[in-house]
Design a protein around this ligand. Structure first.
Ligand SMILES: [Zn+2]
Length: 279
């Protein structure tokens, strides 16, 4: 039996689902209803990468990584090398930014330990509460880490809101998406067409496809979801975190329709049309 979520009682909510499932409109509803703040993996990475870039270090960051041990050199050594650049900066943030940058700028897979450290540092800044988490946790190790932090800090994870959508719908939605490079208005070849199939209806600029919106990239994100995130959700459910599926696809996608579908699921999660097996 899932307790009804009450404003003011909520510590943290997880919003999970495939990339392109339609998480953001649901997150917006939760932010407006419960006064929470969104913490997304993308924003976390951007903020720490910025913290590192701002110190203006021009040396080679590969020097801080020891390929023999497969790890970074000690924080003390890194601190000594960066000393001249650190005035007025928080070394912890710069160090995390440097580690993130090493992987991101070399196009390498970011290990869970680094993602976890970045997440922890951000979560701590909010005193571990008042957060809608988006894009984290994405693997079982990240989910275990999150649960252990919540326990240690005596904070709740009140619910997993799972935005459910099928692969075919996501593929159609994402690969049909076009964006205006001038005014950033978003279109869809079928559902929200461009002028003459090419131009922004707002400013007349020729619209483009985002680099992440290709079929290959969508398929690779869906594969990663199947292989990693699905088991992370199962793990979180096994920790007795209330699981509330909401439909990512609605007959009409108005703000009002999104809001009432989220509320209906929150009011009566057990009557949801989805079951745990279908995730
Ligand atoms: Zn435009």
């Amino acid at each position: 039996m899932i307790q009804r979520l009450k404003k003011g009682d909520i510590d943290n909510i997880l919003v999970m689902g495939k990339s392109g499932a339609g998480k953001q409109p649901r997150i917006d509803v939760l932010i407006a209803e419960f006064g929470l703040e969104q913490l997304s993996t993308g924003d976390i990475f951007r903020s720490y990468l910025k913290a590192f870039d701002e110190i203006g270090y021009e040396g080679n960051i590969l020097d801080f990584y020891n390929s023999k041990t497969g790890d970074f050199i000690s924080s003390e050594k890194i601190g000594r090398s960066l000393k001249a650049h650190l005035s007025g900066c928080k070394f912890e943030d710069v160090l995390l930014g440097l580690k993130a940058k090493y992987y991101v700028s070399n196009g390498l897979f970011v290990p869970d330990s680094v993602t976890n450290d970045l997440f922890l540092s951000s979560f701590k800044k909010s005193d571990y509460r008042g957060i809608v988490l988006d894009g984290y946790p994405r693997t079982v190790d990240q989910a275990k880490f999150l649960v252990s932090i919540a326990e240690k800090e005596s904070r709740k994870i009140d619910a997993i809101i799972h935005v459910v959508n099928d692969d075919e719908t996501i593929l159609n939605r994402v690969t049909g998406r076009r964006v205006c490079p001038n005014c950033y208005k978003v279109f869809h070849m079928k559902y929200k067409p461009l002028k003459d199939g090419k131009y922004c209806t707002n400013c007349g600029t020729e619209a483009i496809t985002r680099i992440d919106d290709t079929r290959e990239k969508v398929l690779s994100r869906l594969k990663e979801y199947r292989e990693k995130t699905q088991s992370a959700i199962q793990y979180l459910i096994s920790c007795n975190i209330p699981y509330i599926p909401v439909p990512g696809n609605l007959p009409e996608l108005t703000d009002e329709a999104v809001k009432s579908s989220v509320f209906a699921a929150l009011e009566n999660p057990e009557a949801s049309i989805f079951s745990v097996e279908t995730i």
